[in-house]
Design a protein around this ligand. Structure first.
Ligand SMILES: Cc1cc2nc3c(=O)[nH]c(=O)nc-3n(C[C@H](O)[C@H](O)[C@H](O)COP(=O)(O)O)c2cc1C
Length: 180
């Protein structure tokens, strides 16, 4: 025989509500609902706290990251013409940029140089692969670098390959001197 004060399971309550029967009288339903509401409150609070923690985690992580943008090539402005070995001095302006500031400085300098030296060429790719760097850099008279850094002094996306090559000093020690 079923006792009038038997506690219905949450499933019984749910099916009773769905059927539209209402809550069974004298079954301790009020207490069960109160219990479930407490559980629901705890659950929603926990979910809200978790979402908040996840948001703070991703926000803090994004603070140390460089802003996302399409990597530009390690653009180089060369003057005068670098390809022709005419014995003239060669000046190259490099820039490593993520959001355009370093590019702006490099361009301003290159424009100034262009106004002084008519035989000026602009290039947007210095070396197709790492082996070309050494060969080309040896021909430069002066190389100027405008390099933005991010995080813990890391290079920008467009300068990453060049930076890696350049900092492997022991491989190029014969012609590169690095001053800290
Ligand atoms: C998220 C972030 C991290 C940065 N980290 C460094 C850093 O470690 N060292 C530094 O000297 N400058 C740092 N900077 C400053 C940038 O290098 C500087 O704003 C630079 O002018 C950006 O140049 P760009 O616009 O050519 O990318 C950082 C800037 C941002 C926004």
């Amino acid at each position: 025989m079923q006792s009038g004060s038997a506690k219905p399971s949450p499933l019984d309550l749910l099916s009773a509500i769905l059927r539209g029967d209402g809550l069974p009288p004298g079954t301790g339903a009020a207490a069960t609902i109160a219990e479930n509401q407490q559980l629901l409150t705890i659950l929603t609070t926990s979910v809200a706290v978790l979402v908040g923690c996840a948001f703070i985690f991703f926000f803090r992580r994004s603070l140390g990251k460089k802003p996302a943008s399409l990597p530009k090539p390690l653009v180089v402005k060369v003057q005068p013409e670098a390809e022709v070995d005419d014995g003239k001095k060669k000046v190259t302006v490099f820039f490593g940029t993520q959001t355009g500031t370093a590019e702006g400085f490099a361009k301003a300098l290159a424009d100034e140089a262009k106004s002084r030296y008519h035989n000026t060429a602009f290039k947007d790719q210095y070396a197709a692969d790492d082996d070309e760097y050494e060969e080309k850099m040896k021909k430069e008279t002066l190389a100027l670098f405008f390099m933005a850094t991010y995080g813990d002094g890391e290079p920008t996306d467009n300068a990453a390959r060049f930076f890696k090559w350049f900092t492997e000093v022991e491989k190029h020690a014969d012609f590169i001197e690095v001053y800290p």
